[in-house]
Design a protein around this ligand. Sequence first.
Ligand code: AHG
Ligand code: MN
Ligand code: MN
Length: 366
Amino acid sequence: MNNTTPPRGLLDEALQCHLIGMDPDVAQALRETLCAIAQACVRISDAASLGMLADADADADALAGRSHVQGESHKRLDQIADDLMAASLAGCRHVAAWASEEHEQPHVSHAHGAQGAHLVVFDPLDGSSNIEANISIGTIFSVLPHRYRGMAPGAADFMQPGHQQLAAGYVLYGPATLMVLTCRRGVLVFGLDRRGAAPQWVLACDDVRIAEHTREFAINASNQRFWEKPIQRYVAECVAGDSGPRMKDFNMRWVASMVAEVHRIMTRGGVFLYPRDTREPRRPDRLRLLAEAAPMALLVEQAGGRATNGTSDLLDLVPDTLHQRVPVILGSKDEVDRIVSYHADPSENVSWQLFKTRSLFVQPQA
Ligand code: AHG
Ligand code: MN
Ligand code: MN
């Protein structure tokens, strides 16, 4: 990532510059929807940063007979995040409907359901198993066109391939709160600056590029025995390092927050894999196409990387259902190209078999 670009203004004005040349009404609608999402994420960041203190405040308020901030602090953070996104989107005139990872069905805007130009999909809190441990978490979002204006949208209207997205992004609640955003014109990074009277999103980088080459991969290695052969081969070859067919050593990371993993890849390259596995035959895939895979795929491709399920580009997949899950492999282009080639013909080069009897952690008996 190029961090040398000086800040160039706040979110709304930066987007105005960024979207120059687009039809002015279309650009304004997109800006307003993105600002509504960004505003919700400021409040999610507030809630996340309170952490355990939210519960302490609630206990103190209960003892004193007071009601706490909207009576919300006892809720799980992913429910709070979901509520905050919904409230903000309900107030945006361009949002016809939204679909959250937390709800079976989409929610149609009471005021703007027929006329709004956008459908928004989001994972309000990604990596929520990390909340108690105070490890980075995030929000992922995707803006799709509402193609049949004049009619209130239903679930079928969300069944669009990722390449139809008008915009996509994530907000990372880490040591810094960052928003990484694409409107299909490259990838922008905004930092949340809390030094003034009101928090503000400030442009920090306007041209994120993912390094093409990498020596870092991210996968939940505890599932190794359940992976398919191309993934077994790829990881075995990475782990074999200098003495294997790749002839170089690799590093491995696993945060269990996709937002944090993707942000690391944006920053220094790497590849993220949540492949299909056979742990639970009824649920072979982990990540959701609409709320997680497609927005991350658009960001990664806009930053010069690649995103696939192993055989097809993630952006080409047309969802069958709102919560459809898919294998996800994304990041530095060279590595993803290699993994795709292993899927195309896993028997072509059998070098992985040299390593297939090795666990990642236990060397085979001599
Ligand atoms: P969510 O918290 O929205 O359910 O998503 C968590 C996802 C993703 O962020 C992460 O990469 C993956 O689940 C972690 O899965 P494991 O716990 O299987 O490692
Ligand atoms: Mn998630
Ligand atoms: Mn989630």
